[in-house]
Write a protein that binds this ligand. Structure first.
Ligand code: HEC
Ligand code: HEC
Ligand code: HEC
Ligand code: HEC
Ligand code: HEC
Ligand code: HEC
Ligand code: HEC
Ligand code: HEC
Ligand code: HEC
Ligand code: HEC
Ligand code: HEC
Ligand code: HEC
Ligand code: HEC
Length: 457
């Protein structure tokens, strides 16, 4: 092979050790020999390495041989040292405990150009444009349906050190500090919440989020409710073994339809107070999976003058379990679903959480209830019977009503909505329901009569 002149530059660079002499000063030398002392960088030879501002330090002095050693004086080269030792001649990297694999292996040139680069720190590619992707582009972390902004942009180095770090996984900072670099406002907002979700106290964003991507835009490790169940296993169990599950718990938005995963001004991390939260979804009639109609309780409450105490206080969960339960309508305790039922205090446990059972069990009283004629307890007469006792639903609405004492306008009687026509009177009241003749009761009476009882159906 003759001495090739002016070989094509890219060929030169691609196959340096096999190249013939490319230096003008070496033309008289035997084929393959190198003229010692000749400059390697001329207009014809390695012109791309001509001095300039973006050149690697040692090249500015034209010093090639500190790194390239000629083999037997020929224009054939091997690196002066191998692995980390080559760059290590002049650079001692201050490394922390966790060291990146290519740094350990001395594969410095996977990221750095040994000669020159238009990018900072002689990088082969801008770190903002996928420096890391040649090796990590195929990692599982980059194949998620939704990628986190900076990961999608290939800007791995905003979060990771390239050489080493004192933190696991080469992260620049631990915990929420890392996220605070860009999400400072979000984190400040979370931390100002009156009620902060426990995992955020330790800044453990990664307990729920994948820093690279996820199955949804919110980058959660798994979608809710599974995400929440990883720590709230007791609730998962309850949902699994309950006869009645409130459908939003397992619907797509799941727990997030009611809770803010970070923090909230409301107790129990609720997005809104219970009254607004629950009535918001229950403004209109809806259906259960079993096809039952769920009435528009929200509209009833909105349009009623007299909300029941716990409803007025926004405490729906004093009677309902927001998640799941074994009782009809997610009730937390027993309440007879029928119009008539034999009296058993246990069946009214729901109401007797707050109202005294004694008021229903005492035949004569001048104090325990106002629903009496003289001292004859009309609650006792209607409710406390061995058979066909009228349940509270025969007269009262549990949520709200436009009549005083939460008296119902109408009550379900078989397929009929039976009107009650209740009126409060000074010292008593009157009703003209479908079940008996109009009746007036007067607490001031001294002679009590139970005559109406005989006429009850
Ligand atoms: C700081 C060390 C260092 C210096 C100084 C240096 N090189 Fe290199 N050079 C390298 C390394 C490392 C490689 C890559 C070798 C490999 O990957 O096998 C390389 C590769 C090359 C190649 C092969 C093509 C390429 O770019 O991969 C040529 C040609 C080359 N150098 C020429 C020169 C010339 C000419 C000089 C002096 C002007 C010089 N080098 C100075 C380290 C250096
Ligand atoms: C002969 C000594 C020597 C060797 C060998 C050497 N360097 Fe350098 N390197 C220098 C000098 C000198 C500078 C310029 C120092 C400065 O600007 O602070 C420098 C600067 C750098 C910089 C910083 C450039 C910048 O713009 O901030 C990087 C990165 C670098 N070298 C990487 C390497 C790598 C990778 C190797 C091995 C392939 C290597 N060096 C081998 C001497 C050397
Ligand atoms: C995975 C890519 C990667 C590898 C591998 C890598 N570096 Fe770097 N290096 C960078 C990046 C990115 C920067 C500039 C940004 C920074 O400081 O983090 C840098 C900066 C440098 C600098 C200049 C700033 C400083 O920290 O002193 C030197 C010198 C350097 N590297 C040398 C080396 C040497 C020597 C090796 C091999 C032992 C090596 N690098 C391996 C990515 C890498
Ligand atoms: C030359 C190939 C290569 C390049 C380029 C590269 N890496 Fe790596 N990286 C590796 C290898 C190999 C591992 C070890 C893989 C393993 O343990 O599964 C690794 C591991 C990592 C780890 C995990 C470390 C740990 O302790 O868990 C992080 C984080 C990482 N690289 C970030 C980066 C970033 C950021 C860049 C770009 C600046 C980058 N890598 C560029 C090859 C590379
Ligand atoms: C928003 C910050 C952030 C960005 C951007 C980021 N990472 Fe990470 N990365 C992390 C954190 C935090 C961990 C540690 C995860 C953990 O502890 O579970 C990690 C872990 C890793 C790991 C090791 C563990 C694993 O999941 O395999 C690799 C490899 C990795 N990152 C590579 C990359 C690459 C490549 C990029 C750029 C495409 C990148 N990262 C972008 C924050 C980030
Ligand atoms: C370098 C800046 C940067 C860092 C650091 C960073 N993020 Fe992000 N993050 C972004 C950008 C940009 C978006 C996309 C914003 C958008 O789409 O509105 C984003 C989006 C998100 C989203 C989805 C937001 C949504 O709209 O649903 C979550 C969740 C998230 N980041 C969590 C984190 C966590 C956790 C960390 C810490 C491990 C972190 N981020 C660190 C820049 C960053
Ligand atoms: C308990 C699990 C959990 C923890 C811990 C957590 N997040 Fe989230 N994050 C979520 C869920 C779930 C969403 C989706 C919210 C939704 O659907 O309304 C989300 C959404 C986000 C969003 C986008 C929308 C929003 O609500 O602002 C950002 C940004 C975010 N998280 C950042 C963080 C940061 C930063 C941390 C750590 C300080 C963190 N998260 C900790 C579960 C969590
Ligand atoms: C990393 C573990 C973890 C994950 C994941 C998690 N939580 Fe929690 N959560 C806790 C801890 C710890 C507490 C405080 C102790 C307790 O009440 O069990 C808590 C408390 C709560 C509380 C009660 C707060 C109060 O003030 O009463 C709610 C509500 C809650 N979490 C909802 C969620 C929701 C919704 C999700 C999913 C988006 C979720 N959690 C995911 C750990 C977690
Ligand atoms: C329909 C609204 C709603 C949905 C959906 C919902 N919650 Fe709740 N959750 C509440 C309300 C209201 C409370 C507060 C009253 C109470 O303690 O029962 C609460 C309380 C909690 C508490 C604290 C008290 C307790 O029961 O341990 C945790 C933890 C909790 N929820 C987790 C979850 C998780 C996890 C999901 C998703 C599987 C979820 N919630 C879905 C409304 C909801
Ligand atoms: C005092 C106890 C109590 C309180 C407080 C309460 N509920 Fe109820 N709720 C019941 C009872 C009892 C039923 C069953 C009604 C029936 O069987 O006629 C019921 C039924 C329901 C139903 C199903 C309606 C239907 O057609 O069967 C919804 C929806 C409902 N409640 C929502 C709410 C909301 C929203 C709140 C808070 C604003 C609330 N409840 C507060 C006792 C209560
Ligand atoms: C995100 C919308 C949403 C919110 C918020 C919501 N619900 Fe529901 N709720 C529904 C839907 C849809 C149904 C009908 C399907 C089902 O769960 O059976 C329902 C059914 C019910 C039932 C009847 C359950 C049955 O199977 O008999 C009750 C009772 C109830 N909700 C009470 C509440 C209470 C109390 C709250 C507040 C803690 C609340 N809901 C908040 C959507 C919601
Ligand atoms: C969480 C406590 C609580 C539960 C459970 C409860 N109540 Fe009440 N109830 C109240 C409070 C407080 C008042 C007084 C404030 C009001 O509603 O005017 C009240 C008042 C009443 C009144 C009379 C209102 C008046 O104007 O004097 C009726 C009727 C009533 N409740 C029926 C029921 C029935 C029926 C049940 C069972 C389905 C029930 N309550 C369960 C707290 C409760
Ligand atoms: C036959 C109709 C009827 C039935 C059935 C009935 N109530 Fe009443 N209740 C009334 C009337 C009428 C009043 C109003 C008394 C007054 O102040 O004039 C009343 C008043 C009340 C009050 C206010 C305090 C008091 O006793 O004066 C409560 C609480 C109450 N009822 C709870 C219940 C509960 C709980 C049940 C079911 C166990 C029930 N009621 C069943 C008609 C009924």
């Amino acid at each position: 092979m003759g001495a090739p002149r002016k070989p094509h530059l890219s060929l030169l660079f691609a196959a340096l050790p096999l190249l013939g002499v490319g230096l003008a000063a070496a033309q008289d030398a035997p084929a393959g020999a190198i003229a010692l002392g000749a400059s390697c960088v001329t207009a014809d030879c390695h012109p791309a390495l001509a001095p300039g501002p973006d050149l690697h330090g040692p090249l500015n002095t034209g010093n090639c041989t500190v790194c390239h050693e000629a083999i037997d004086g020929r224009h054939e080269f091997r690196l002066a040292r191998s692995g980390p030792a080559l760059c290590g001649m002049c650079h001692e990297l201050a490394l922390s405990d966790v060291v990146h694999a290519p740094v350990v292996e001395g594969d410095c040139t996977s990221c750095h150009d040994p000669h020159r680069s238009p990018h900072e720190a002689l990088l082969v590619q801008s770190p903002d444009e996928g420096l890391c992707l040649p090796c990590h582009g195929q990692d599982g972390l980059m194949s998620q349906p939704f990628l986190h902004g900076p990961a999608r942009a290939g800007m791995c180095v905003v979060c990771h050190e390239s050489h080493s770090s004192s933190n696991q996984h080469l992260v620049r900072q631990d915990g929420a500090e890392l996220c605070a670099f860009c999400h400072g406002e979000d984190i400040a907002r979370f931390e100002q919440s009156r009620h902060l979700h426990d995992p955020l106290r330790g800044g453990a964003c990664l307990g729920c989020h994948d820093p690279h991507g996820g199955a949804s835009a919110s980058l959660t490790l798994v979608p809710a409710p599974g995400l929440c169940f990883t720590c709230h296993g007791d609730l998962e169990e309850r949902v699994a073994r309950s006869a009645v599950v409130h459908s939003p718990v397992s619907a797509e938005a799941a727990c997030s339809s009611c809770h803010d995963a970070h923090g909230s001004p409301m107790p129990a991390l609720l997005r809104e107070g219970e009254l607004a939260l629950c009535t918001g979804c229950h403004l209109e009639e809806t259906h259960t999976a079993r096809g039952e109609v769920i009435s528009a309780v929200g509209a009833l409450i909105r349009d009623s003058a007299f909300p029941h105490g716990p409803v007025r206080e926004g405490n729906c969960t004093s009677c309902h379990d927001a998640h799941a339960g074994d009782k009809a309508r997610l009730l937390v305790s027993d309440y007879p679903p029928e119009f008539y039922a034999p009296y058993d205090a246990r069946r009214y446990a729901l109401c007797f959480q707050c109202h005294s059972g004694e008021a229903f069990e005492t035949e004569r009283t001048a104090t325990l209830t106002n629903f009496r004629r003289g001292d004859v307890n009309l609650h006792f007469i209607h409710v406390t019977k061995d058979e066909r006792g009228r349940t509270c639903r025969a007269c009262h609405e549990v949520h709200a009503s436009n009549r005083p004492f939460h008296m119902s306008e109408t009550v379900p009687y078989g397929g009929w909505r039976m009107p009650i026509h209740f009126e409060a009177l000074p010292g008593g009241g009157r009703c003209s329901p479908g079940c008996h003749q109009p009746e007036t009761y007067d607490r001031g009476l001294t002679t009590a009569s139970t005559s109406s009882e005989e006429r009850l159906p």
